[in-house]
Design a protein. Sequence first.
Length: 658
Amino acid sequence: MSTEVLHHENRLFSPDPSFVAQANVSGMEAYHALCAEARQDPDAFWGRLAKENLYWQRPFTKVLDESNPPFFKWFEDGLTNASYNCLERQIQKGNAQKTAILFEADDGSVTSITYQALYARVCRFANGLKALGVGKGDRVVIYIPMSIEGVVAMQACARIGATHSVVFGGFSAKSLQERIVDVGATALITADEQRRGGKSLPLKTIVDEALALGGCEALKTVVIYQRTGGNIPFVAGRDHWMHAVEEGQPETCEPEWVSAEHPLFVLYTSGSTGKPKGVQHSTGGYLLWASLTMTWVFDIKPADVFWCTADIGWVTGHSYIAYGPLAVGATQVVFEGVPTYPNAGRFWDMIARHGVTVFYTAPTAIRSLIKASDADPAAHPRNFNLSTLRLLGSVGEPINPEAWMWYYKNVGHERCPIVDTFWQTETGGHMITPLPGATPLVPGSCTLPLPGIEAAIVDETGHDMPNGQGGILVVKRPWPAMIRTIWGDPERFQKSYYPAELQGYYLAGDGAIRDEKSGYFTITGRIDDVLNVSGHRMGTMEIESALVANPLVAEAAVVGRPDDMTGEAIVAYVVLKQARPEGDEAKKIATELRNWVGKEIGPIAKPKEIRFGDNLPKTRSGKIMRRLLRVIAKGDEVTQDISTLENPAILSQLKETL
């Protein structure tokens, strides 16, 4: 790739002409042509793409219904099925014996499955679920490790018209129970245990603990994938082994043809209040965008081996493991383990062994592997044959330029474009990202919106900000893969994403700035009380509520601070019901509180730092001044006006770290 100097001392990386010549979107002219088509006649644009990329059992007659904003509907009278599009459609295209999934377990053992064999498994399991009474409109919670079985479970639900809600295997019993109750699940699919980093970790035991918390009376069926053979409790009549559910079932299952607006899944994400939000996605619009972004952004070709390192418990694992790759007939790697086991060269070794061509991971993983390869030179990517790679991707949080350059040089050998993808659980797929055969790249910038995505930066009243000035990121027009509502709470959906003051625009919840010359977007961070820790969204109120539920805690406030490894780190300020602890006692209580949060929410929510105070900095009206807590957490000097503080002396106390 040729390079030249760009403003702000960033380097501009132009796509290699040989890559451009072969790309699915070839050159900036092709990109601008798609954008112009989308602007001039959005209905014709989206209608064309929906017909070209999906199978419709009954064609739609209307593209977009915007009669009741912001509850937009896409292709509503069309009938389709996500599983049919991912399986039969690929078999009909001649991909029956093509490998669909290369699964590598934690211990390194590899299992592969073809599209034909995956279709048979999905059909057997779908028939088994129907025999257990699960059908169209039912909600099924999936709490399962990374596995072929996880993909089978999601696809089988889609096949029979059941709406799945996947819960990340690192969440606690309480978090799982809250999601089961909120979504009204009647069935749950789990595993006996999961394997990570050489250890067996419980899943079914956590499920039983969650159900024992109450409120889950609607849930009648638990299906268990026997992953490790570990000893688990088994409730007769309610619990069923996955292999027994599949056994003897036919290897064909007629898909349930559903409206394009039928809820394919509900996926919970943290909001700025304590209660997680059930983001509801449709079938047709969502699958269209997952398919299109595989083609445009990952430039997927028939011979590619695609690897997204996310977990299916997150939206990235939905769009770019369970649905997107299968909807375009790709071969993909699915990985159970962690990047540092048995050593920090695991990712690079897997790329070499499986011949991965397109690799998609998170900045946190990249930064941790930079550190690991410094500590253990044998784990450095230079020791592995990465010549099959042709495209790299980044997801979950903005990637810092230093990590981008390391990734570009050491993993991509300065020949692989990096697609730095900005998107959210709510958007269903990529929104602002380079197209690898078109967009010149700038480290740390997600560059330009995809065709059909009218992203903009506005002030608090919805008025456009000029390039070079930061503001609020919005999307001005609806798009097919957008969130439809918050499950069971349309009022919260409208308030959270379409506040009246923003003139009907979708509020992303992120701040951003556009470069004065190129117009490229750079995401500057959340504008609400949501933290992005290693690409996982965590609501500060959710963590505060967990801390305050501990009998030792009187009050707590949680903020984020920049962190070299995780992007943001969680810092908790805690007031105990007893005297402020010091020394070893403070360390002991801090450890106890971290573990408590881990049990209440999950290990990903554990604060990196806990500081104790006699009280918290409050205004005279009793409001906690979180902006001061953020300044203290960063280690900066407080220069803001503190005249309204009721207790300014407390600030020096809260600067003390354990």
